[in-house]
Design a protein around this ligand. Structure first.
Ligand SMILES: NC(=O)c1ccc[n+]([C@@H]2O[C@H](COP(=O)([O-])OP(=O)(O)OC[C@H]3O[C@@H](n4cnc5c(N)ncnc54)[C@H](O)[C@@H]3O)[C@@H](O)[C@H]2O)c1
Length: 332
């Protein structure tokens, strides 16, 4: 199968490209490298291009004639989306419409979309099922929910079939250590803790210890990046077989608190992290936990790396191999 991976030079997209190439698919990555890295694309064709460029998209579809599109490209920082909603609606929503329009024009009918738990907003019940009300709290979440709604309309009008995969907290790295999380700036907890443990930053801040949770810190559902990619592969197979649009929440179904992540990272690395205490951040719910039963039942998907220490170990291999000066000295 020929798959166009948009945003394939980023964290999750690069793991997806590697998996698709390993599975024997013909892969084309389209990425503007705004936050991705050319050297993270470990196979297939690479096109440096932007979803804002309609003529460029037209060329890509004419040249490569993909059977399906996986769309990872977006801006991803919640805080930045509050400061610059224009950028988020433009890149995450409007540019996605350019991509969908190119698909319709070139009769490409299968689309997988990176959605997010941020579309749900403050949880009204836990764990969060696909039917949970969608009340995103910020422009990032709203831009993703707008795409999901547009996809339902594109299905009705043009027969474009899609699967929206709503990830909770993506984490971990390819177990081989060749790929990992390289966001700049980094805002995700596990890489921040590991950067503090490798010496790349001096300390981390815990935002709030007065939440209604056992240790007072926020609880999140961490899902291994390889498990996310496996769900995409399974979802694409099902989409092409059934020709039916759907949505799946992707998470482990169990939550870990910020303090539990810090403790686990200290156990995995045998090091101590320095912690500053900060105030709660606006719009940070106490708990976000996925109900991924639908993905289990309909896709036969099951997270392989659900254990927190394994997720952290894989992320640590990446961090240590690529960024720890001590580790490099040992290897030299
Ligand atoms: N990382 C998470 O925890 C998480 C959770 C939920 C959802 N998601 C979603 O998953 C997707 C991938 O996230 P990530 O963490 O890999 O982000 P990332 O920033 O590492 O990757 C995004 C990639 O898209 C590219 N890109 C951005 N705008 C583009 C454009 N206009 N044209 C072409 N390329 C463009 C970037 O250069 C980058 O390579 C995003 O859509 C994000 O919203 C991520």
């Amino acid at each position: 199968m020929k798959v166009l991976v948009v945003g394939g030079a980023g964290y999750i997209g690069s793991h997806m490209v590697k998996m698709l190439v390993d599975e024997g698919h013909n892969v084309i990555t389209l990425d503007n490298l705004s936050s991705g890295f050319r050297d993270a694309v470990l196979g297939g064709e690479f096109v440096q291009g932007d979803t804002a460029d309609k003529a460029g998209l037209d060329d890509v579809f004419k040249t490569y004639r993909p059977d399906a599109v996986m769309h990872f490209a977006s801006y991803i920082q919640v805080g930045e989306s509050v400061q610059h909603p224009d950028r988020y609606y433009l890149n995450n929503f409007s540019n996605t419409l350019n991509l969908l329009d190119a698909m319709v024009k070139h009769h490409v009918n299968y689309f997988l979309f990176s959605s997010t738990a941020a579309i749900f907003g403050e949880p009204e019940f836990l764990p969060i099922h696909e039917t949970h009300p969608k009340r995103p709290l910020n422009p990032y979440g709203r831009s993703k929910w707008m795409v999901e709604q547009a996809l339902a309309d594109y299905d009705r009008a043009f027969g474009l079939k899609s699967v929206c995969l709503r990830y909770f907290n993506a984490a971990g790295a390819d177990p081989s250590g060749v790929l990992g999380e390289r966001h700049e700036p980094e805002t995700h907890l596990i890489p921040l803790v590991l950067q503090a443990l490798s010496g790349r930053r001096s300390r981390i801040t815990v935002y709030g210890r007065d939440y209604d949770t056992p240790d007072g810190t926020c609880i999140r559902d961490y899902i291994h990046v390889v498990d996310i990619c496996r769900a995409h592969s399974m979802a694409l197979t099902r989409l092409m077989a059934n020709d039916y649009s759907c949505h799946y929440n992707l998470g482990n179904g169990s939550g870990f608190s910020v303090q539990q992540v810090i403790d686990a990272a200290e156990r995995v690395t045998g090091r101590k992290v320095r912690v500053d205490e900060g105030p709660r951040r606006q719009g940070d719910p106490a708990r976000l936990i996925a109900d991924a039963t639908l993905a289990r039942e309909e896709l036969g998907w099951q997270p392989v790396y659900s254990d927190l220490e394994t997720i952290i170990l894989h992320a640590w291999c990446w961090e240590a191999l690529h960024h720890s000066t001590e580790f490099r000295k040992l290897l030299a």
